[in-house]
Design a protein around this ligand. Structure first.
Ligand code: NAP
Length: 295
């Protein structure tokens, strides 16, 4: 077996950490891309194997640049990028801004993974079978009419709702995956999205949750699966040979394909959302990849 290099964002807790553990147990090199270096080192020590850490705060553009510069310096190839980290502190009642002035949820959960992926694309293309795995939420099913607000994704001129902000960002990630899969046709890189189901959350991570939300989470936990169980789908999407020909899919636990929301596969929507994404990032997509002539 050839050892792969796999980056997982937000891998010091929850599903990301369990995926890192499972992937490392299969002998691969895992890079935990986390904002808190101490927690990342502690997790790397706990997992063992060839588990490395890199500091990455997805709410900061310069941090994304530093992280990707480090990856470029250290690694010729990245085989798998799992965009797992997300801001989902549902106790928030007002929009917060990142250091760069973006609404925090939109940036962390959508613009940041788009920027990170774009900046690592050359390394993924260097892999014999690069894989990009984005993370969405099964909770989108209870918002069937949700769209990405192309005019105001950052709630500048409309009332802020943390749940709308979160699900909008997850919908945008589903769309980002569709766009990547289309753009990467003809390369060996695939892009798939996992819609995470109801997974047990460590409530101590959210000290400001109001009591009614704590009660709701407790109730939900009666029907939730464990992070270890959900991570099995991440691990299969990252490593299984049967996943290597799948691209543009919406996967869920236990590893299976699901129908995409009609909105998320509408070519016009995909174009509009990704145009907005790159305009807000102020960059042009680096996917102008030329398919090498066959021998
Ligand atoms: N649990 C569920 O029921 C559920 C349902 C649907 C979707 N999901 C999705 O599943 C994924 C994993 O969630 P989880 O349940 O494993 O929750 P989790 O344990 O809270 O994991 C989220 C991770 O994201 C990291 N993160 C947050 N903001 C960040 C930033 N600015 N920069 C870098 N990392 C940041 C957190 O780091 P810190 O430790 O530093 O805070 C944490 O490690 C997320 O994308 C989530 O949206 C979960």
């Amino acid at each position: 077996m050839k050892q792969k290099t796999i980056i997982i964002t937000g891998a010091n807790s929850g599903i990301g950490k369990e995926a890192a553990r499972q992937i490392s147990a299969q002998g691969h090199r895992v890079i935990l891309a986390c904002r808190n270096p101490e927690r990342a080192h502690e997790t790397a020590r706990e997992i063992g194997g060839e588990t490395l850490t890199g500091q990455l705060d997805l709410a900061s553009r310069s941090s994304i640049h530093r992280f990707t510069d480090w990856i470029h310096q250290e690694f010729d190839t990245v085989d798998v990028l799992i965009n797992n980290a997300a801001d989902f502190d549902l106790s928030r009642t007002e929009p917060e801004r990142t250091v760069d002035g973006f609404e925090r949820i939109w940036f962390t959960n959508h613009l940041a993974p788009a920027l990170l992926t774009d900046r690592l694309l050359d390394r993924l293309i260097s892999s014999p079978q690069g894989r990009i795995i984005n993370i969405s939420s099964k909770g989108l099913m209870v918002h069937p009419f949700l769209t990405v607000d192309l005019k105001d994704p950052m709630f500048k001129n409309r009332p802020f709702s943390v749940s709308k902000a979160y699900y909008q960002s997850k919908l945008a990630q589903t769309i980002h995956t569709q766009w990547l899969a289309g753009q990467l046709t003809g390369t060996m890189v695939t892009a798939n999205c996992i819609r995470v189901t109801n997974v047990r959350v460590d409530l101590s991570r959210f000290p400001d949750l109001p009591q009614w939300m704590i009660n709701l989470y407790r109730l939900k936990s009666l029907f939730s699966i464990t992070p270890e169980q959900m991570a099995e789908t991440y691990t299969k999407a990252a490593l299984n040979t049967e996943a290597c020909n799948i691209s543009g899919a919406l996967l869920e636990h236990p590893f299976k394909e699901n129908a995409l929301p009609v909105y998320a596969k509408d070519p016009l929507v995909i174009e509009q959302v990704m145009h907005l994404t790159y305009r807000q990032l102020g960059i042009t997509p680096s996917i102008s990849y030329e398919v090498p002539a066959s021998d």
